[in-house]
Design a protein around this ligand. Structure first.
Ligand SMILES: [Zn+2]
Length: 424
């Protein structure tokens, strides 16, 4: 074997297993494997997880915070306007440089698959070209999936639909949309129909910014679920944000949830961004604005948590740490039960992997040896600690590594009765 990891806990609850790795794949998993390997790694009872996956990001805007100015109101709409001011000044080199810096951060945090939207409303398609190049460059380290995103509205912006089709022809993977930004509800619904039909024709996945609003009447998710069902796109369509569901009437939601399920549509909440951008027109009480995560999950709908933004016109913080995202999602949705906390870990690992359609993902024999060794015993502890990544592996090769940072105060007469590991 090339590598064997000893005494690892897995996210599914298995404890103290060994993982043998050969030729970039997981060759065996079991207790006390009788194998020899070029490198032995002692997990010491720590969690080995499949890598983190971010199902919703904007890599064309990342690390542009302050260019050309800061979002003063903190609203989604000022962010869109600000991005519009920045767009004419974008250069390929700057876009690629910022994206690669973000990928450095991502890999260090065990984030090895990202679905990034890329704005197609600049007729030069500079960002599309840049991110396709980034996708190619970073492929040995992480999977970058791109969504053709008509930020200014596929109907509202005169060249957006043609640009979106050009972007797909250039190699962008997924069809995006933004129905709530079209001029009218009717145009929004029409945009969903046009884009879903195009995706069905092309055999592509769909991921729309959908109802990113506090307006309870923003109901484009209903049309998205309907079109997914009508066109047989089950399992390939995602509604991102869905924040208007937070404000919707409960009776209407009781009809909507089974429709989303019937359409085979997945949901992505973006907790850090939803909690900061939504509710900005409220005084008090002030809405949280995140979609109804526990209720969607209870209805059998896949829900992932995305990062959405890091240091850009919409959000001034972030570092590519999906455990920070999971922790915020857990708090905003009040998902504090043991099963609910584990579901928050799945929302940044296995569920987004399914949404992206990643193949051979997960800690199982035959899959890619892509994994993260966390300084935590289980998924709940990983979220609580935003655990350090002891080691990140891609196709069997270690691509990031960090020592544990522990301290124990050397005090005379200190009782020795507390048995928690130091940082636990
Ligand atoms: Zn977004």
């Amino acid at each position: 074997m090339d590598v064997v990891i000893r005494n690892a806990n897995l996210a599914d609850g298995r404890q103290g297993v060994d993982i043998a790795i050969e030729a970039g794949r997981i060759a065996a998993i079991g207790p006390a494997l009788a194998v020899t390997a070029g490198r032995e790694i002692d997990a010491g009872g720590d969690l080995v997880s499949a890598p983190f996956v971010d199902a919703h990001f904007h890599m064309d805007a990342t690390l542009s915070y302050g260019l050309p100015r800061v979002n003063a109101s903190g609203t989604l709409l000022e962010g869109i306007a600000l991005w519009g001011e920045l767009k004419p000044d974008l250069t390929q080199q700057a876009l690629i440089g910022r994206a690669l810096q973000y990928c450095d951060w991502a890999v260090a945090r065990g984030l090895l698959a990202i679905r990034s939207h890329v704005d197609v409303c600049d007729d030069r398609l500079l960002a599309v070209e840049a991110l396709l190049e980034v996708k190619r460059l970073v492929a040995p380290y992480l999977d970058l999936q791109l969504v053709a995103f008509p930020q200014d509205g596929v109907l509202r912006s005169p060249t957006a639909l043609a640009n979106l089709k050009r972007a797909i022809a250039m190699g962008v993977d997924v069809v995006g949309g933004i129905p709530h930004f079209e001029r009218t509800m009717a145009d929004g619904a029409e945009s969903v129909r046009i884009l879903c039909e195009f995706a069905a024709e092309q055999g592509l996945r769909v991921d729309m910014h959908c109802d990113e609003s506090d307006d309870p009447h923003s109901r484009h998710i209903e049309t998205l679920a309907y079109e997914s069902n009508r066109l047989g796109l089950h399992g390939r369509v995602t509604g991102s944000h869905l924040t208007s569901m937070h404000s919707m009437d409960n009776y209407y939601v009781s009809k909507l949830l089974p429709l989303i399920r019937e359409g085979g549509v997945a949901a992505i909440a973006n907790p850090l961004i939803n909690i900061t951008l939504q509710g900005r027109h409220d005084t008090y009480p002030k809405r949280r604005g995140m979609t109804r995560v526990p209720e969607l999950l209870a209805a059998g709908i896949d829900v992932a948590f995305g990062h959405d933004c890091v240091m850009d016109p919409w959000y001034s913080l972030g570092s590519g740490d999906m455990l920070e995202v999971a922790q915020m999602g857990l708090h905003v949705a009040q998902m504090t039960g043991q099963d609910a906390m584990r579901a928050c870990f799945e929302a940044v690992t296995t569920t987004p992997a399914r949404i992206l359609g990643l193949e051979q993902y997960g800690i199982a024999v035959g899959n890619h040896a892509d994994l993260v060794l966390l300084d935590a015993a289980d998924p709940v502890e990983a979220i609580r600690l935003r655990a350090a990544r002891r080691l990140v592996m891609r196709r069997g090769a270690v691509i990031a590594e960090a020592p544990r940072a522990n301290a124990r105060l050397d005090l005379p007469g200190r009782p020795d009765s507390v048995n928690f590991r130091l940082n636990r």
